[in-house]
Design a protein around this ligand. Structure first.
Ligand code: ATP
Ligand code: MG
Length: 574
């Protein structure tokens, strides 16, 4: 490819709208351009990287017994109504009607369509197991599209679905795919961890996510440095920990009383004002769950885990109630809300630690006032007590007791043991060897292909630009003649470029009429794994300078050896 003809519009300045490094670099290196919020065009370089990652995935899915197919993006509402998900998928689903008024959606995922296919085409145990996958655009009207292609509203996903005769078969498919996922992400050059995960809207019993570790990741995980326990905090179970505040048995407990706490609204301010540790306070938050108010209690130093809360409530939509709704319902602003004397219509959900906090303090549902000496059971009661909080670093590992550590990650893939969730509702059955009719047992396995490209960049870059692994690089090599005006240099550069192409190496010849500084800066920004510089030394000594992007190491290589040298280096880097 000639750089003069390549549509790779690099930017010098920092794009103001990009918050993460990968988003900045994808814009600056000319990989993507935004079309609308969460919708992007992949320019040639971005598309090549996407294809590279897609092909790694393809190879590993095929190796894991997968067969590639292509389902339509537009899906009829009926199959979603049949599975029961048309009404529960919520505002993330893009819905549309055709000219006849029939309802459709743009596929956010494809469990329904594939299960209906298998219902039609598979009827005997002899056709199982079956593993089908596709690589295709998915559509989700995300509440907060951000970080470029990391959280888009249109994005590329690989989705595989497995169909087995029984649970043991499904578990075997799950194990094989888990291993395939390890190979995919290793080949992409990512540092990642497989963690236990919540099953969310997809459903099923067992699930794991693959997290590319990155400080900017939206997901938070806990892991044990001593054993192999690792989980998304949305999933990690919490056990009540004593707050260190006790009331000796038999001592007369003082009655709860209301004290003034003017200006103290946050947990820290209240703790300081009352001279109590935050662990002795009860934090009361009012949520709006499908439009209905609920009160949620956690220890003052804990965080409510909204995924656990949503699962507990079984609601479709959950958010903190706006201040005005809280004031209208309770007569005080959110900072003074507490569990005593809440209106009867507001159910109270307490985290498992709340009932063991003694002599606690909480808002009095009166502006500028808090209760002290609160005793759970005596002064207030919860309607539901459940694990509603997020695990903290330092809590003991559920397997071995060692203190847990936290990290942030980008969810690049997730796998699920679905069981019969879809085959049952959609009636996908087969006839077993004994003649009995049984539901097929399913698993599903997703990889965010476009998100994986962004995750690679998030992990592999420096201040100059992207540092592609050879496996995902849009092109492996750029050949840079120092002076495009020097016809002999240009001629030699063309020769080197030709030698590389003959060797099957994907190369770009930077034939643009630009200063060497600009060409070098673009080469670093785009992140070609190798740069071959053709300059004065090439004419004098017959060598080119081969520079490795990742290490910065440079070596003078004779022109006639350069293609062999690079073929070997690229092979090692793969
Ligand atoms: P998230 O929790 O990040 O919203 P998800 O759990 O809803 O993702 P899945 O249904 O598991 O996503 O989809 C499979 C994969 O598709 C994810 O692991 C992720 O890599 C990718 N993915 C999901 N949503 C998006 C998105 N909005 N933009 C880009 N990739 C996405
Ligand atoms: Mg997921």
């Amino acid at each position: 490819m000639l750089a003069s003809q390549l549509l790779a519009p690099t930017l010098r300045g920092m794009p103001a709208e990009a918050e993460t490094v990968s988003h900045q670099l994808m814009l600056r290196a000319g990989l993507i351009r935004q079309v609308a919020s969460g919708m992007y065009t992949h320019l040639p370089l971005g598309f090549r990287a996407l294809q590279k990652v897609g092909n790694i995935i393809r190879e590993e899915m095929d190796r894991a017994g997968g067969q590639e197919l292509l389902l339509p993006i537009v899906q009829p509402a009926e199959i979603w109504q049949e599975s029961g998900r048309w009404d529960v998928y919520g505002p993330e689903m893009f819905r549309l009607q055709d000219r006849h008024g029939r309802h459709f959606c743009l596929g956010p995922t494809h469990e329904e369509l594939i299960t209906v296919l298998v219902r039609q085409e598979v009827n005997s145990y002899r056709q199982l197991p079956l593993r089908l996958y596709q690589i295709q655009n998915k559509y989700r009207d995300e509440r907060r599209p951000r970080f470029g292609v990391m959280r888009g509203r249109e994005f590329v996903m690989k989705d595989m679905y497995s169909f087995d005769r029984d649970a043991a078969g499904m578990e075997e498919s799950y194990r094989i795919l888990g291993e395939a996922y390890h190979r995919v992400f290793s080949r992409c050059g990512l540092h990642f961890r497989m963690v236990e995960a919540d099953t969310g809207a997809i459903g099923g019993a067992v699930s794991h996510e693959f997290m590319a570790l990155a400080a900017s990741g939206e997901a938070e995980i806990v892991y044990c440095p001593e054993c192999d326990y690792a989980a998304n905090v949305e999933k990690a179970a919490c056990h009540p920990r004593p707050a260190g505040v006790t009331a000796a048995a038999g001592t007369g407990l003082e009655a709860a009383e209301i004290v003034p706490t003017p200006g103290a609204r946050t947990m820290a301010e209240v703790a300081a004002y009352l001279s109590l540790p935050a662990a002795q306070l009860i934090k009361t938050l009012i949520y709006q769950a499908d439009g209905r108010l609920v009160a949620v209690l956690v220890r003052g130093d804990r965080q409510v885990n909204e995924v656990k809360l949503q699962r507990q409530l079984g609601c479709l939509d959950l958010e903190l109630a706006p201040d005005e709704s809280v004031t209208a319902a309770l007569g005080c602003p959110p900072g003074y809300v507490g569990p005593v004397g809440l209106p009867a219509g507001i159910p109270v959900y307490a985290d498992t630690e709340v009932p063991i906090i003694r002599r606690s303090a909480a808002g009095a549902n009166r502006e500028g006032c808090h209760y002290v000496n609160l005793e759970p059971g005596r002064d207030f009661a919860a309607d539901v007590v459940a694990d509603l909080r997020t695990v903290e670093a330092g809590e003991p590992c559920p397997n071995c007791g060692h203190p847990l550590e936290k990290a942030r990650g980008i969810e690049v893939g997730q796998i699920f043991q679905l069981g019969t969730k879809y085959s049952q509702t959609l009636g996908a059955t087969y006839t077993d060897a004994d003649g009995g009719e049984k539901p097929v047992i399913m698993g599903c396995y997703g990889i965010g292909v476009s998100r994986t490209v962004a995750a690679i960049i998030e992990q592999r870059h420096d201040e100059k630009g992207i540092i592609w692994p050879v496996s995902a690089a849009p092109f492996a090599v750029v050949v840079v003649p120092v002076s495009e005006k020097e016809s002999r240099q240009m001629e030699l550069a063309r020769r080197v470029y030709g030698l590389l192409r003959d060797q099957g190496i994907e190369a770009v010849l930077d034939d643009r009429d630009e200063r060497p500084g600009v060409k070098f800066a673009d080469a670093d920004l785009i992140g070609f794994p190798y740069r071959v510089t053709v300059g004065r030394r090439t004419l004098e000594q017959g060598t080119v300078d081969v520079k490795e992007r990742a290490t910065g190491q440079e070596e003078a290589v004779p022109v006639d050896r350069v293609s062999g040298y690079l073929a070997e280096a690229l092979d090692q880097g793969r």
